[in-house]
Design a protein around this ligand. Structure first.
Ligand SMILES: Cc1ncc(COP(=O)(O)O)c(C=O)c1O
Length: 364
């Protein structure tokens, strides 16, 4: 793996998710009412809070007691349909984590046989499992610098990199919910025929021009439903795509590489191609698969969460605006989001305590 050209290491090390992740509840009361604490340790914004309510847990318990199938089944299919509809995507694949979602996208692209080479460009500011799927699968990874405003991929010099290296894939992370410079990036990827993937695990609900949601702009986008993210399925993740073939490959790779979840036509083609009869088809593994499945219990919880997604996004957006209004003395991330479904309020300072102190006083 190559290091970033001019790494933002200093920047990365001082970037703090100060003020905690923006919870789904408004922090207005905290910001407005707290006096100066005697010590910083009594600052009262929790890093994350649970999005699954008592009513939702009771509904899940009742549903379980009704002897429903708990493993992947009808609830998963409905959750995928509803998630895809919310995103404005054709397809969604529910998996057991955001990390699995990233690995599934990478593995499906590799298995597709359509990549011109194994070169991938990843952002220097990323989650570890944004990058490790590619190192694990034998890709040649170049880490690329981050934009000093939105913390996504830096576009200066990217065209030269595309010309020189001809990478097959560019991966984006929408850091803390903020979109990358999408117009420029999409244009460059189209011009140089680079497959665009979006790790949108921190950006569920953020939209750019014309209400287009992050995660739906590239060939595929990933999401995490781990505690503290916008919605929770305890653990969980999703990939969205409009690409039929990629969707079919991901369905197979998610479940061992078999064909049971596939479209009938694709299933039959595979059987014909490998000369497999209906009986043997059940235990024929066509691809080098994984088990990334989640459960129907988690899909049930996810469907409940999705019912309040608009409210969650609106609250996160308002919380971010409130932090921006009150923390005027500190650098913060800026981007061209139409609706910012913020994950956390990012700021860059030499001494984090200064921001923590300002927060505890209700602004600064
Ligand atoms: C950008 C990004 N990608 C991937 C992940 C991994 O998601 P998970 O914890 O569900 O595996 C995270 C988790 O926070 C993330 O922030």
């Amino acid at each position: 793996m190559r290091p970033p050209v001019k790494a933002l290491t200093q920047f990365g090390s001082i970037l703090g998710m100060i003020g905690a992740r923006l919870s789904n509840k408004s922090n207005r009361a905290f910001c407005r009412s707290l006096g100066a604490p005697s010590t910083l340790s009594n600052a009262q914004v929790r890093l994350a809070s649970d999005t699954v309510s008592r009513e939702e847990l009771e509904a899940a318990a009742k549903w379980m007691l009704e002897s429903n199938q708990l493993t992947k089944g009808p609830q998963t299919i409905e959750f995928e349909k509803e998630f895809a509809a919310y995103m404005g995507s054709r397809f969604a694949v529910f998996v057991n984590s955001g990390s699995s979602a990233n690995l599934l996208m990478a593995a499906a692209l590799k298995a597709s046989g359509k990549l011109r080479n194994m070169k991938v460009v990843c952002p220097a500011v990323a989650w570890v499992t944004t990058v490790t799927p590619f190192t694990q699968l034998g890709f040649d990874v170049t880490l690329w610098d981050s934009n000093a405003s939105n913390l996504g991929i830096e576009t200066a010099g990217l065209e030269d990199l595309f010309i020189k290296e001809r990478p097959a894939i560019l991966v984006l992370v929408h850091v803390l919910g903020h979109p990358n410079s999408m117009t420029e990036i999409v244009a460059l990827c189209e011009q140089y025929d680079v497959v665009l993937l979006e790790d949108s695990c921190e950006a569920l609900g953020t939209s750019v021009i014309d209400d287009v949601k992050l995660g739906t702009i590239g060939l595929a986008g990933s999401f995490s439903f781990y505690y503290g993210h916008h919605i929770s399925t305890i653990e969980g993740g999703m990939v969205v795509t409009d690409d039929f073939d990629l969707h079919q490959l991901m369905l197979s790779l998610r479940s061992h590489g078999w064909s049971r979840d596939l479209d009938n036509r694709v299933k039959q083609e595979l059987q014909k191609q490998h000369d497999v009869d209906d009986f043997r088809n059940l235990y024929t593994f066509y691809h080098h698969g994984f088990n990334f499945r989640s459960t129907d219990l988690q899909a049930f919880i996810g469907r409940g969460q999705l019912r309040k997604i608009h409210e969650i996004v609106a609250t996160r957006s308002a919380n971010h605006a409130l932090y921006s209004e009150l923390l005027t003395g500190f650098w913060t991330q800026k981007s061209d989001a139409q609706l910012l479904s913020s994950f956390a309020y990012g700021t860059a300072v030499l001494n984090r305590s200064e921001v923590a102190l300002a927060l505890s006083k209700g602004g600064g």
